[in-house]
Write a protein that binds this ligand. Structure first.
Ligand SMILES: Cc1cc2nc3c(=O)[nH]c(=O)nc-3n(C[C@H](O)[C@H](O)[C@H](O)COP(=O)(O)OP(=O)(O)OC[C@H]3O[C@@H](n4cnc5c(N)ncnc54)[C@H](O)[C@@H]3O)c2cc1C
Length: 518
């Protein structure tokens, strides 16, 4: 498992699985976290899902998980405990760890609040039913009682009358019928049975009857109820999303998180799909909503990444060759001419191999490394700096190969260097962490990556000199990408002492030394 994802999908029912597949097919990194309690788990079969009619819910979701994994998605059976924001990222807390995500898809479904009648919950999803489309066909021509708890009961009775001529409306706590409703029920032979239902009876073969408060029994094969379908949305409340009530008159049908047609909510970066966003959603419509949300999230990320790339590109140009050439040309010497103390401290005494000095400038580090026996490549974007570096090497009798290129354009052979040293280099930061990845890619198995930068940059002072520290890569950015293939040997802030040259006013360094495992 990684620590950072493009998208964390919470919930692995039809909505979450379908959203995850859409994202993965757009090459997004996705973690799907599922607590394994889909709403229709008590039912034996899924109906009204084209081509999958009669599939057991568990089989449908297992097939969905297989598809997610086939596209490289990661699935974690766990419960997300908490979600919060950290800058532009979401921090998702699950079990004993946290991961971050750029976007969230909440497909957490809903919980059915059933009428509190003894014996009813035990039959839920089997022969206590809620939906003519999910299970009406299965009880065709059977004795069906519709439990009235709200104004939709008479309509529910009509829906089931389409499937069976033996439908009864149980008055229970429902409102009094309008004369026109009563006339329709009478005309269709739907008996209206007054009285509160106090118990649901069943035997080994299934539901058999309901017991009324006057002691009478009504024999039935199925009971239809209208649960209150509440969005599982507690997680989203800290992000500013409160479920809205869905009512018919005074009667509460359920709650849902409000969202647009793509599932985008009022909380930036948070999408919802399925029952959490729609009380009447069914399995196939939840899957469709997951697809809509997944593609909308990918659209959003594509747009953000393109804008970020353009910003990075303009910064890159603003800190490119011309700028550095001008800076070097404006002085006889920019840097101290001495190797950086952090390089000497970390590398002196190591068995020499192939070394890459990224942003080698006037070459003091590269020359020092060469004199220690390293086979050195010095890379810099400034030709003016490299001319000086070559002269320095010649005077010192050191052999160095000089590469005049930007790190990202340098076409370095992968895994080619036993040491990659980056001393105070101004590497532009990009959304895709291109510079950091290029550094990691250059290190040979068993090799060292040494990234050193100033620990005490004052952003305001830096901006006054025309550069924003937020635009550049720092050791922490590199450290964030180090996975199990790396061992961090040093990651610390330490004082530094330097005699002269640009940057001599900085008093502390951040030093990251990481070794790539063999
Ligand atoms: C008894 C019954 C039978 C039904 N039969 C049918 C039918 O035949 N056909 C049909 O079309 N519809 C049917 N439905 C409706 C159908 O179940 C829902 O519409 C559908 O399940 C909604 O899909 P979903 O992905 O939104 O949510 P769900 O399928 O409920 O999935 C949500 C998932 O999110 C997980 N989750 C929630 N919170 C967290 C968290 N914090 N961390 C991690 N995971 C979390 C849950 O554990 C769950 O696995 C039926 C419903 C019921 C109650």
């Amino acid at each position: 498992m990684n620590d950072n994802y493009d998208v964390v999908v919470i919930g692995g029912g039809a909505a979450g699985l379908s959203g995850a597949v859409a994202l993965l097919r757009s090459r997004r990194s996705v973690l799907l976290v599922d607590a394994g309690e889909p709403r229709n788990a008590p039912a034996g079969h899924v109906h009204n899902f084209l081509t999958r009619d009669g599939t057991a819910p568990a089989d449908l979701y297992a097939a969905g998980r297989k598809e997610v994994q086939a596209y490289g998605g990661q699935i974690l059976q766990a419960r997300v405990d908490n979600v919060s924001r950290d800058g532009e990222l979401f921090v998702v807390a699950l079990d004993q760890r946290t991961v971050t995500a750029r976007r969230l898809l909440a497909a957490t479904g809903s919980v059915d609040e059933l009428p509190a009648i003894p014996g009813l919950a035990q039959r839920w999803g089997i022969d206590v039913l809620h939906c003519a489309y999910c299970h009406g066909w299965e009880v065709r021509d059977r004795r069906v009682g519709v439990l009235a708890t709200g104004p939709m009961a008479a309509h529910h009775a009509l829906l089931f009358r389409q499937l069976s001529s033996q439908v009864m409306l149980l008055g229970h706590t429902g409102p009094a019928l309008e004369p026109a409703q009563r006339a329709e029920l009478d005309a269709l032979g739907i008996a209206v049975i007054p009285g509160r239902v106090v118990e649901v009876e069943a035997d080994g073969s299934g539901l058999t009857a309901v017991l009324l408060e006057d002691g009478s029994r009504v024999e039935l094969d199925a009971l239809v109820v209208a649960p209150v379908c509440r969005a599982r949305a507690d997680l989203l409340v800290p992000l500013g999303l409160q479920p809205a009530e869905v009512r018919v008159g005074d009667f509460l049908l359920g709650t849902q998180i409000e969202a647009d047609a793509s599932g985008a909510t009022a909380a930036e970066g948070v999408w919802v799909a399925g029952n959490v966003a729609s009380v009447p959603a069914q399995v196939i419509s939840s899957a469709a909503a997951g697809l809509a949300a997944g593609s909308a999230i990918n659209n959003d990320l594509v747009t953000a990444d393109a804008a970020g790339a353009a910003r990075a590109d303009s910064k890159h140009n603003a800190h490119g060759q011309d700028v550095w050439d001008q800076r070097y040309a404006s002085m006889d010497r920019v840097w101290s001419g001495q190797p950086n103390a952090a390089l000497v401290a970390e590398v002196a005494g190591l068995a020499p191999g192939r070394a890459l000095d990224v942003g080698c400038g006037e070459g003091a580090d590269a020359v020092w490394l060469a004199r220690q026996g390293w086979d050195v490549t010095g890379l810099d974007v400034s030709g003016v700096a490299l001319q000086r570096a070559a002269l320095h090497a010649e005077q010192a009798g050191a052999q160095v190969q000089w590469v005049h290129a930007d790190l990202l354009d340098a076409s370095l052979a992968p895994s080619a260097f036993d040491l990659v040293s980056v001393q105070y280099a101004a590497l532009p930061r990009t959304a895709g962490h291109d510079a950091e990845r290029a550094l990691l890619a250059a290190v040979a198995p068993g090799g060292l990556l040494l990234v050193v930068h100033h620990a005490d940059i004052d952003p305001e002072a830096a901006k006054a000199h025309g550069f924003d520290p937020a635009d550049f890569v720092y050791p922490a950015d590199v450290a964030a990408l180090l996975d199990v293939n790396w061992h961090i040997e040093v990651n610390e802030t330490r004082p530094r002492d330097i005699a002269g040259g640009a940057g001599a006013h900085h008093t502390h360094d951040v030093v990251l030394r990481a070794r790539r495992r063999d």
